[in-house]
Design a protein around this ligand. Sequence first.
Ligand SMILES: Nc1nc2c(ncn2[C@@H]2O[C@H](COP(=O)(O)OP(=O)(O)OP(=O)(O)O)[C@@H](O)[C@H]2O)c(=O)[nH]1
Ligand SMILES: [Mg+2]
Length: 352
Amino acid sequence: MKLGIIGLPQSGKTTIFNALTRSSRPLAMSAGRVEITTAVVDVPDERLLKLADLFSSKKIVHAQISFADIAGLGGSDTSKGLSGQLLNALTGMDGLLLVLRAFEDPSVPHPHGTADAARDLRLVEDELLLNDLIIVERRIGKLTEERGKGGRDIPAIERELALYTGLQEKLSANKPLRETSLSSDELKQLAGAGFLTTKPLLIVLNFGEGQSAPSFPSSAPLLSLQGKLEMELAQLSPEDAEIFLKEYGLEESGSRRVIRAAYDLLNTQTFYTIGEPEAHAWMLRRGASALEAADTIHSDIARGFIRAEIVAGQELLDLGGMAAARDKGRLRLEGKEYKMQDGDVINVRFNI
Ligand SMILES: Nc1nc2c(ncn2[C@@H]2O[C@H](COP(=O)(O)OP(=O)(O)OP(=O)(O)O)[C@@H](O)[C@H]2O)c(=O)[nH]1
Ligand SMILES: [Mg+2]
């Protein structure tokens, strides 16, 4: 899972990147330049640790998320569209975390004078919308030209023109493409075109210590966290972090909340393969089948799929092992179509 942290200059992107990845990148001003830093983190997973313990697994492999701190939006001149480097970085992301500045600090100048999260959201969304509109208009120009020349399959050109004209209308009305319903065929057709408003978006309100979490109307999912505080928290040992959280009356770290929200945003769940050599957590789309789970592990395993032995991870823990799960009939044999549930432990029987 790849998540890009975006936002206006000085909104707290690097601060939050540090909090999420336990990095200590200096908070140097990007001053509108394109700068991209990436770090990969293990997804914290107590269930995985317990399962590994139960099976005396020698190796533990966590699911991973890659976070990229992407500076460069909200530069001085936004009329020409995004630079290739920025566009490349953004299109490579599965989802975007949009940091909005909600902290008050006179020593940190705001690029637009005053703190106004709603306006900042509009500014960033406008930049993404403009990018998509430029793509759409270029494509419409090209298709119109092709039609004029009587080139390839005219009905196919007409169909694509209709699709792109529809997108143009939505974008011109400031509607991000993620809010328009597109069929999976259409989405496939649009993949690779470089659209940004199709990306799932999570808004992260960065508010200051001692300030209260602002209320903020938004159609996108949203969470608020105290960036500076979370960055300090991320540098502490687990024991000290525990004390720190209590002191500040926080139930859990912002990074855990962000990761959970990201799983929801990207419609992702976890399944496990567990054995003595290795306990492994995997990410999977919610609603995916046992065959897709097998393919996540290895395409050969999917190709040779016969049956899958499946048991809910929590049940396996409660019952204390595979033998008990089998005795109690909780270890089921499922076919390719079985719909995976969050926390399932799978063992694929395959033949290649
Ligand atoms: N008081 C306060 N200051 C913060 C908070 N979050 C970030 N800052 C400060 O705001 C400034 C900018 O933070 P960064 O994390 O560097 O912001 P950025 O979005 O990465 O900035 P650019 O890379 O220049 O676009 C730094 O001086 C931070 O210390 C916060 O929650 N409270
Ligand atoms: Mg930065």
